[in-house]
Write a protein that binds this ligand. Sequence first.
Ligand code: CA
Ligand code: CA
Length: 201
Amino acid sequence: MMKFSIRETSRGVIHAVIVMGLSALLVSGAAWSAPNQGTGDVAGDAAALVDSNVFNLLSTGSALTLVKRAFLADGTPITTGSTLPTGTLVKFMIYVNNTSSIQVNDVSMQDVLDPLFLYQGGTIKVDNSVANCAAVACTPAEEAAVFAAADASGALTDGVDADVASFAGVTVDAGNQNAANGQMNAAANGVLALVFTVQMQ
Ligand SMILES: [Ca+2]
Ligand SMILES: [Ca+2]
């Protein structure tokens, strides 16, 4: 979700103060898996007592955090609170830095756009090719690399279909929690990034 304030100058330029907030992140499935199996014996004879079924406990942990950034069309980072004229194209990026060695399955992200931001059709891109950053939040240089990789990837369809993202109304959805998209996973030791383009109104 983005929060912002706007004011209009005598020249009609809308100044938008973009506050980078957290978007919705939903994760289900396993990040850390802890299989447990009971074993025993009867009077010392292990063969007399068949091992139990494997009881597998799953935890998503608490280390995943969504980070939201914005860039101009040419990849220049936009800092929060920037003033942008109407008509400017802005590329938002939302990413998850999975520093664990286990793939996180079934990740969903959602961003509900304020009317100030007009979604540009066919611009949703998802990339999971860049290795994880050491810290939860990547450095600006690392973010630039993540953005470049995502921005260079092929756009997904806006419709709800086999790919992992969609746009409807004012809402971008990635993953299948809020729209019947394909399942989206965050690869082990990788950055899962969602990029889409809006135009300042
Ligand atoms: Ca789609
Ligand atoms: Ca799901």
